[in-house]
Design a binder for this molecule. Structure first.
Ligand code: RNT
Ligand code: ZN
Length: 413
């Protein structure tokens, strides 16, 4: 018997069908962020990274242009199992020298990305207005700025993004998630916490009133607790966006780096599922702060995956990745995080949730604890390896990445 056959038998005796788990996993789409490849620099020359987010490290080989970024994405994606979507920021527009600002970007500026995503056989493209790294981020503010012209510029940018999103949805016959995140906030104690939020509310109202097609485009708002240099106050806080989303029938995006370190996004997922039929995630790994470390196969990631799987929310939760590490090989960072997400989903698919739920409902917390511990030493690794081989992949992704580094990345100075 192979290791997988033995594992399948052991899982079967615990009431788990490993074949069903593998078949389910391969169809769960993960939206992969383009910005791990170039340290969130973008291609539109908007300016150096701002907005209270930071990449640290100077590992050689950063993609410096569209061609290099495409080549790196192609190589990295070829080592990732499962269904993939591409998550683009507006700052990755292909302008080809045209003098056009972000408030006037058009679908054609993203056609090269559509062609590329089709070439890779991706399921779809997700999109993000880029309201940082740009001269119109005035005093750290965008959609909440007291300057009406600044607000208008970014409202127009978001509306342009919604049009581009409709184009993506049409091209792939798949929804496009448009995630609105702004860096707006203050370093020190504000004199007024309400008015900036009312201005943000007004800006969002204008964006949503543009008449986008809700069947094609899913709009989400991403809250945050603080950023570097904006420690004291964030306009787009969790309470603000959750209420805004609920009242305006849009979607919340939870980034698990955007809460206090002892708050768990895994617990927020079922709370929101009680009210929303769609929910989006930025899966990341914050170390002491929103540091955007590479996602690893860790406890909180497993809990996040469990909440998606055991609540039958695979079709409701849109999983996206959001991390950027410039201190290690960027392709390895990409693949490690994506595989960790897939591992966590597989792990969750191999848990006897029905049995555990019954123990909870019967208040048999003694057996529940024991049974949850037993899950941890089931032969998960053998099923993971089987899944990889069915996806035409090996466990070792570092060797091909090392070869790529030697042949391609080393040439980039
Ligand atoms: C910032 C947010 C945001 C960005 C990306 C680049 O804290 O997490 O999602 O990381 O949009
Ligand atoms: Zn995020």
């Amino acid at each position: 018997m192979t290791a997988y056959e033995l594992a399948a038998k052991e899982y079967a005796s615990a009431g788990i069908d490993t074949e069903a788990a593998i078949n389910c996993l391969k169809d769960i789409p993960i939206s992969i962020h383009c910005w791990q490849g170039d340290d969130v620099v973008g291609l539109d020359g908007g300016g150096s990274l701002s907005g209270g987010i930071q990449t640290t490290g100077n590992y050689p080989g950063r993609a410096r242009n569209f061609e290099e970024l495409k080549a790196d994405i192609k190589e990295a994606f070829s080592l990732m199992p499962g269904k993939k979507r591409l998550n683009l920021h507006a700052s990755y527009a292909i302008l080809n020298g045209e003098q056009v600002d972000r408030n006037a970007y058009r679908p054609e500026h993203f056609k090269p990305w559509v062609d590329f995503a089709k070439e890779l056989g991706l399921e779809g493209i997700d999109f993000n207005p880029t309201m940082f790294s740009h001269k119109n981020v005035k005093d750290g503010l965008t959609l909440s700025s007291p300057d009406e012209n600044i607000r208008k510029f970014w409202v127009d940018h978001c509306i342009a993004c919604l049009k581009i999103a409709e184009y993506f949805a049409d091209e792939f016959n798949s929804h496009c998630l448009v995630n609105i995140w702004i860096p707006d906030g203050f370093k020190d104690v504000p004199a007024d916490r309400l008015t900036p939020r009312l201005r943000l509310k007004g800006s969002l109202d204008k964006i949503l009133a543009c008449g986008y097609d809700k069947n094609k485009v899913v709009v989400a708002v991403e809250s945050k607790v603080f950023g570097i240099g904006v420690e004291s106050y964030t306009v787009g806080s969790n309470e603000f966006y959750q209420n805004y989303a609920a009242k305006n029938d849009i979607c919340c995006l939870l980034d698990n780096g955007h809460y206090h370190p002892l708050e768990y996004v895994s617990d927020k997922i079922p709370a929101l599922l009680a009210f929303y039929d769609k929910l989006a995630l930025h899966v990341t790994r914050g170390v002491r702060w929103d540091s955007d470390h590479v996602v690893l196969f860790e406890d909180e990631l497993k809990e996040i995956a469990k909440e998606i799987v055991r609540n039958n929310a695979i079709d409701k939760v849109m999983i996206g990745l959001d991390y950027f590490d410039a201190s290690i090989n960027r392709l390895s960072a990409w693949v490690t995080g994506q595989r960790a997400m897939q591992k966590a989903l597989l792990y969750a698919l191999l848990i006897p949730h029905g049995k555990l739920r019954k123990l909870q409902d019967d208040s048999d917390f003694t057996e529940l604890m024991v049974a949850q511990e037993e899950v941890k030493d089931m032969p998960f690794g053998a099923v993971w390896k089987e899944y990889l081989s069915r996806e035409g992949l090996e466990e070792d992704y570092l060797s091909p990445i090392r070869a790529y580094e030697k042949n391609i990345l080393k040439e980039r100075k």
